[in-house]
Design a protein around this ligand. Sequence first.
Ligand code: PEP
Ligand code: MG
Length: 312
Amino acid sequence: QVAAALAGYRGPGATRDGHQVQVLANVQDGAGARAARDAHAEGVGLLRTELAFFGRTEEPAVAEQADIYAGVLEAFPAGKVVIRTLDAGSDKPLPFATPPDEANPALGVRGVRTARRDPGLLTRQLDAIAQAAERTGTSPWVMAPMVATVAEAADFAAQVRERGMSPGVMVEVPSVAVLADRFLEHLDFLSIGTNDLSQYTLAADRLSADLADLTDPWQPALLALVHAAAAAGQRLGKPVGVCGEAAADPMLAVVLVGMGISSLSCAASSVAGVGGRLATVDLATCQRAAEAALAAADPQAARAAVREVLSA
Ligand code: PEP
Ligand code: MG
């Protein structure tokens, strides 16, 4: 049954009983967006704009940035496209944006924090996104990475709204999940980046193979924070999606939908697996799977408990 659903997945994403869940793709350019469309993604849940910046010694001009963003927007003229502003720093250093000599770069000036050193870097990027939106007649959602405080979110949201676009932030720092309601007062949506949220919740480097058991997205503390953010979204009637690696795991996708997550964004190659799996379960089963995962003591127990719910 699962294999058949997977082979036949054409989108849009929904559970067997018709509860809609957008299945989106993580991309970095127009070619990636077109490949995602061919893979039946409904849109882009995460445009990593780093491509426009990395390998450069200087910031790309606004017009050049706008061309790259427009290439992605053109692939989904009527679909959702979430553009993330520059996520430089830590494992992605940039000579013109991040300090060269931090002792703890993962906890340093990265993501939206780069705008503290150079506010124009962010405003010029937002101008480029707004130009691309206008040129393509589309309405992208725009989100910031590595936000930690409500004040940062409110400031970012004001700059995005000034340009007529819809603001959100990524949930990568545990503080955002803990206070998700307060963040959402200023924002239209949240998108959970489980790769970094795992790293900062378990205090384990996401690149360390030795610590992969700690950054496992089935860790109970990570699931509890995802649940907190999803519940806040449901209380306030605002979408909360997942765009980290967790969204590419079909069994975990079932759990996330059961928690109230409204969109899943993964590599284009995982879209059919996730969308196909969701089509085989009803929402009540997703909710039972979520309860089972949240009650489990560790990742192994969570996987076993969900497998049991799904085979019942
Ligand atoms: C994440 O942190 O989960 C995420 C999607 O962002 P990136 O992997 O680009 O850090
Ligand atoms: Mg991240």
